[in-house]
Design a protein around this ligand. Structure first.
Ligand code: SAM
Length: 316
C-alpha cells in the first residue's frame, strides 16, 4: 500500500548456534532512535565518521549500473540511503537480529523515491546457508554485483565452520568481477595493544573514555575463537567478538574465489581520501568535520575509530 509492494519480510524463528544468542539479544535490544535522536549520541562524531568510511567504500567499489546488492548483517538498514545514492536496482538485507531486520524494512518503506526493490530476512548467516531462506529468484548464480558486510563479519570467527559458512554465503551468488566489501576490527592492532600491557597485568583490558576491549587470554591456541569483549559507548555493550586472523582470512577467501583488492585502517582512509574530489566534500556534508574543517570527533573517539579497517575482495 506504500508503493513498495516488492518489499517482503520473512522474520523467521531463529535457532541460535554457539555464542550467537548474546549477539542477537544485544542488537535486538538496541532502540531505534532515528537520525534526529542520533545527534545526541556522545559518540556522534565517530558514528558520522564510520558512515563516511562506508560511503567511501561504496563509492569506490559499488557497481555503477543499477547494481544488485546483498547486505549481510544489515542491522537496522543504516546503509539503505548510501546504496540509494549509488543508484542500485536491488537490495537484499539479512541479519540475525529480528527486531533490527523489521526496522530496516520499516526504514525502506518510509524512504522517499527509493528507486530500487528491497527484501529483508532474519537469518543466522554464519550457521546456515542463504539458500535456506532466500526465495528462488534471489538465490541465482551471478545475481549480485556487490556483497557488503559492515561491522559484522568478525562475529563469524568464533569457529572454522562459521567462518566457512559466512564466506560461502558471501561468494555463492556474487558474480565474477563483483566486489565484496566490509569493515572489521583490526586484529593486528588489537593484539599489539594487548602485548603492550605490562606482563603482570591480569585484567587484559585497554581502552579510553568511549571504548574498552577486554581479552580473556593473551595467547590463543588455534586461529578461530580468540574471543574478547567489546564495549563502545552508546553502540556496543560488552558483546563477545573474535579476532580475524588476516592471513588466514585472505587464504580462506581465496578458496572461495575472492581475491584481495583493498585493505586499509580507518585512519589511513581519511588520510588518503580527505582531499579527494569524490569523498573530501562528503566529510562536511556528512558532518564529520564542521564548517571550519574541525573534526566532530574528540581524541578518544578518533582512537576508537582506528580499531577498525576496511577491505574489498573481487570475485575471480
Ligand atoms: N551493518 C550494520 C551497520 O553497519 O550499521 C550493522 C552493524 S552491527 C555493529 C553488527 C550486526 O551484525 C548486528 O546487526 C548483528 O545482529 C549482526 N550479526 C551478528 N551475527 C550475525 C549472524 N550470525 N548472521 C547475521 N547477522 C549477524
Amino acid at each position: 500500500e506504500d508503493g513498495h509492494d516488492m518489499t517482503r519480510r520473512k522474520v523467521s524463528e531463529t535457532q541460535y548456534v554457539g555464542n550467537v544468542a548474546a549477539v542477537a539479544n544485544h542488537y535486538n535490544a538496541r532502540p531505534e532512535i532515528g537520525v534526529e535522536g542520533r545527534e545526541f549520541s556522545p559518540i556522534i562524531g565517530l558514528k558520522k565518521f564510520n558512515n563516511w568510511i562506508k560511503s567511501v567504500l561504496i563509492g569506490k567499489f559499488a557497481y555503477r549500473q543499477r547494481g544488485k546488492v546483498l547486505d549481510i548483517g544489515c542491522g537496522k538498514g543504516g546503509d539503505l540511503n548510501k546504496w540509494k545514492q549509488a543508484r542500485i536496482a536491488l537490495y537484499v538485507g539479512l541479519d540475525l537480529a529480528e527486531t533490527s531486520v523489521e526496522q530496516a524494512a520499516e526504514r525502506y518503506s518510509r524512504m522517499q523515491r527509493a528507486n530500487f526493490d528491497a527484501y529483508f530476512f532474519a537469518h543466522d548467516c554464519y550457521s546456515k546457508a542463504l539458500s535456506d531462506i532466500l526465495p528462488e529468484h534471489l538465490q541465482v548464480k551471478d545475481l549480485y554485483d556487490n556483497v557488503t558486510m559492515q561491522f559484522c563479519m568478525h562475529y563469524a570467527f568464533e569457529s572454522a565452520s562459521k567462518a566457512r559458512m559466512m564466506i560461502e554465503n558471501v561468494s555463492r551468488y556474487l558474480r565474477k568481477g563483483g566486489v565484496f566489501i566490509g569493515t572489521i576490527p583490526n586484529a593486528e592492532l588489537l593484539l599489539s595493544r594487548l602485548n603492550d600491557l605490562p606482563e603482570d597485568d591480569e585484567e587484559l583490558r585497554f581502552g579510553n573514555s568511549c571504548y574498552y576491549v577486554q581479552f580473556t587470554e593473551r595467547k590463543h591456541k588455534g586461529i578461530y575463537g580468540h574471543q574478547y569483549r567489546f564495549f563502545l559507548t552508546d553502540a556496543v555493550e560488552d558483546v563477545p567478538e573474535y579476532l580475524v586472523d588476516w592471513e588466514n582470512f585472505e587464504a580462506l577467501a581465496m578458496e572461495y574465489k575472492l581475491k584481495i583488492v583493498y585493505k586499509k585502517p580507518f585512519h589511513d582512509i581519511l588520510q588518503d581520501e580527505q582531499a579527494s574530489r569524490d569523498f573530501g566534500p562528503l566529510l562536511g556534508k556528512m558532518g564529520v568535520v564542521n564548517a571550519d574543517g574541525e573534526s566532530a570527533m574528540d581524541a578518544d573517539q578518533w582512537e576508537a575509530a582506528n580499531l577498525y579497517m576496511a577491505f574489498a575482495f573481487e570475485k575471480v
